[in-house]
Design a protein around this ligand. Structure first.
Ligand code: FUC
Length: 804
């Protein structure tokens, strides 16, 4: 009896304690009751990312020793002649002796506010530690408070792995260095970055500083560290920068960052925490707050209670096992948006790890891979209402083009066996012996105009798609005229010159490679579909410019003739073909091979479905026979994959109108890494071991951020599509999201769409022509119903069920 009473009391007490911590729906915070283990595995799986778009950190949250491993997106070794790799910048440590014995520990990353919080108790004192990455102040700030005065004693340290000079004065630690002469220590070399590197001309300067601002207590300098004793509260302001500039003409080397970093830190350190935090939150919300997704209504009350009470790592485990957690899916969706805001507001685009990297020799150099990865990073930018975040991609491509032109011209002048390919002689010469116009790229690229490994020639056209889409979504005419069209035109010129004519008159892309799969040959489906996309986008772009401009008549005339030439070439491209088992062919002729082009092929790249997504050559409505073949191919590829591969498959299924299949792919991508592979046929890690770590970062494996971004983009495609001449509302709604609402999705034509649905049926929708861009006539589809709308700029139209 006594014992039962006792148990009941414990239950009552713990329920009373737990109750306030169960968040209301929709819950947009990642929660943990343990800090991240402070080693490389903990970095990858447990630490949590903050980023201001240029600088960022992984936060470990140990009570006894806070650790921010930080990055600046521009800190790269390598140069115009060697690859190098994206580098870790430094580590900020706050040692708090005695705090390791903490109890009541909680760690959260609030996605809606861009705020990381650690709290715990030691010796009756409640401690709280907040971390933000502020875009407006351009610094990272850590705020340490306690509910008793004088509770903070410890040491702040800043370390560096590239030979910086580190010292402390004026309550500030300064690290200033240069990458000139830096080589990866022998013991740190690996398959991606061997220790023996070519001599590099890289002379990048870098600087980081952390100011320790105390309230109360005593501060002393201790060599290169800052010691604090009996402080009531502390604010740590961390700034970092490099001399990188996105300008090849300047050799990518600009002013020394020391003055800039000093000023940023000084200015921020002079402001109170509440002001810094409020400014950061407002700025962050101006992007993040544009889009809300709530599918938690699909969750029954008991399950919702259960899942919301779990920490994120346990919630992920429960989801891996049983699924049934649309709220976690929505959280992952928003996490992709959080991560893009964190890694794509600086001079360079998000790389393979966004901007978070702790290794001198990161996987694949944490580079810009052109055969899926960098593009996938930017798939959610337009649809998930973060259009401005695509700027770093555009600026990157534009600043690399002079180099790419030069490298192609060099290849044309010196036709030789491709060193990285072994067999193919890549001439880049036209039939008349002249070099082709324009530029293209290889698979691996760095931010100094260097590229290596195999040619991936249609990546130029894939890049061009992003430029066109930015216009399609924003209707920014100046961008179309000054930036997008010139690029589309030059890339189209490349392909007009480079395509090869078959005896029957069809055009094929010569010497192509379906990414990382099969032989190098002519007319590979991936190339054909991307060139089709390029030509279509170029024709559309020329028409847009044409329609609305009255001046510059001569140029227009030329563009009209050029557009006709491009349209004619588009129509002569060797077209997609259906194979013997109903599949879409990946190569021009069906392979006779034990694996390639058979239902046994589970390769992670599904490049021959580019025309389904992100392209628009193949759609269920316009090309039903090809869409069906794509479906057969996709089904055969299976449900397992690397992280990004599963995300891509989710998007394919969405474009094919199968919401349940798309959702089944989400089950794999949002799962303990490798879980999907175990359920299905296990394969190599390269093809089937993807998922998500407890910190919800995508596992290729290893950590690779494209899967996060791809998942967000795929979910957009499940809810709204606009690539086929109409706004298609809820085109691939899974049964698992039978009721819900979304506000702030973007569509081509400059529209913004809000929707609610119940029992799988649309109940209301608002379509708004965004002021300054959306305008004109648009067809709206929901199920079999369509209506045609004419909207003025800024006008919104509301619909009920059945589009009435
Ligand atoms: C492509 C993929 C790999 C990996 C790498 C970074 O080459 O084939 O799976 O994602 O990029």
């Amino acid at each position: 009896m006594m014992r039962m009473f006792f148990t009941a009391m414990i239950l009552a007490v713990s329920a009373a304690q737990a109750a306030p911590t169960v968040p209301a729906a929709p819950d947009l915070a990642l929660r943990y009751d343990r800090p991240a283990v402070d080693n490389a595995d903990g970095w990858e799986r447990e630490a949590l990312p903050v980023g201001n778009g240029r600088i960022g950190a992984m936060v470990f949250g140990q009570p006894g020793r806070e650790h921010l491993q930080f990055n600046d997106i521009t800190l790269w070794t390598g140069d115009a002649k060697s690859m190098g790799s994206f580098q870790p910048f430094g580590d900020l440590f706050v040692d708090l002796p005695g705090h390791a014995a903490a109890t009541g520990y909680a760690r959260t990353l609030d996605l809606a506010r861009g705020l990381h919080v650690v709290s715990y108790e030691v010796n009756g004192v409640r401690y709280r530690r907040e971390t933000i990455a502020s875009h407006p102040a351009d610094v990272i700030v850590v705020r340490l408070t306690a509910d008793k005065p004088g509770a903070y004693s410890g040491v702040v340290r800043l370390t560096d792995q590239h030979g910086a000079h580190v010292n402390a004065w004026g309550n500030r630690i300064h690290a200033t260095g240069s990458l000139a002469g830096f080589v990866v220590p022998r013991e740190r070399g690996n398959q991606w970055t061997p220790a023996q590197q070519p001599l590099s001309s890289n002379v990048m300067d870098y600087a980081a500083q952390v100011q320790v601002v105390n309230e109360g207590g005593k501060m002393t300098m201790e060599g290169d560290a800052v010691r604090f004793e009996n402080a009531d509260a502390l604010t740590l302001v961390l700034g970092a920068g490099t001399s990188y500039v996105r300008d090849g003409a300047a050799n990518f080397q600009g002013a020394h960052p020391l003055a800039r970093v000093t000023e940023q830190v000084t200015r921020a350190a002079a402001r109170p925490w509440p002001a810094l935090q409020a400014e950061q939150e407002n700025d962050f919300k101006s992007l993040f707050g544009r889009l809300q997704l709530d599918v938690s209504a699909a969750l029954d009350a008991t399950t919702a209670q259960e899942r919301r009470a779990l920490t994120t790592d346990r919630r992920l485990a429960a989801y891996t096992k049983n699924g049934n957690d649309p709220e976690l899916e929505a959280q992952v969706f928003q996490y992709g948006r959080y991560l893009l805001i964190g890694s794509s507001r600086g001079p360079l685009p998000a790389n393979l790890q966004g901007l978070w990297n702790n290794s001198l020799t990161p996987p694949w150099n944490a580079d810009y891979h052109t055969n899926i990865n960098i593009q996938m990073n930017y798939w959610p930018a337009e649809t998930a209402n973060l259009s401005e975040l695509a700027e770093p991609l555009f600026g990157f491509v534009e600043s690399m083009v002079p180099s790419y032109r030069r490298l192609v011209a060099e290849s044309a002048a010196n036709p030789s066996r491709d060193a990285e390919d072994g067999q193919v002689v890549e001439t880049f010469l036209r039939k008349d012996g002249k070099p082709v116009r324009g530029w293209t790229v290889r698979t691996e690229t760095n931010p100094f105009g260097f590229m290596q490994w195999k040619w991936n020639k249609t990546a130029n056209a894939w890049y061009a798609q992003h430029f066109w889409e930015h216009y399609a979504f924003t209707r920014n005419r100046a961008f179309l005229q000054e930036v997008a069209y010139p690029l589309l035109k030059e890339v189209s010129q490349f392909w007009l010159d480079y395509l090869k004519q078959l005896p029957d008159g069809r055009f094929v892309a010569p010497n192509g490679w379906s990414p990382e799969h099969g032989p190098v040959e002519d007319g590979v489906a991936y190339d054909q579909q991307i060139v089709w996309d390029l030509f279509q986008n170029t024709v559309d772009a020329a028409r847009e410019l044409h329609q609305n401009t009255v001046d510059a008549a001569r140029e227009l005339h030329q563009d009209a003739a050029f557009a006709r030439q491009v349209a004619a070439a588009r129509d002569r491209l060797a077209a997609p073909k259906v194979g013997s088992w109903g599949q879409l062919l990946e190569w021009m002729e069906e392979k006779k091979d034990p694996v390639l082009d058979t239902p046994k092929d589970n390769h992670r790249h599904v490049s021959h479905l580019f025309g389904v997504f992100p392209g628009r050559q193949i759609t269920p409505q316009r090309t039903p026979r090809l869409a069906e073949a794509a479906r057969v191919s996709l089904a055969a590829r299976g449900e397992a994959g690397t992280g990004w591969s599963m995300a891509w498959k989710a998007a394919f299924w969405a474009r094919l109108g199968d919401g349940d299949k798309a959702h089944a792919m989400l089950r794999g991508v949002i799962a303990t890494p490798g879980a999907r592979a175990q359920e299905h046929k296990p394969g190599t890690e390269e093809n089937t071991a993807g998922g998500m770590y407890p910190n919800l970062l995508d596992a290729h494996p290893p950590f690779q951020i494209d899967g996060n971004f791809g998942t967000t983009a795929a979910i957009c495609e499940m809810l709204l599509q606009s690539h086929d001449g109409e706004l298609h509302l809820l085109p691939a709604l899974p049964a698992a999201w039978r009721s819900g609402k979304v506000a702030g999705l973007r569509a081509r034509g400059g529209y913004e769409v809000d929707m609610t649905w119940r029992d799988g049926q649309l109940t209301s929708a608002t379509v708004k022509a965004k002021p300054g861009n959306g305008t004109g006539t648009v067809r709206i589809r929901a199920g079999a119903k369509t209506v045609i709308l004419k909207l003025k700029q800024g006008e919104a139209r509301e619909f009920g069920a059945q589009l009435r």
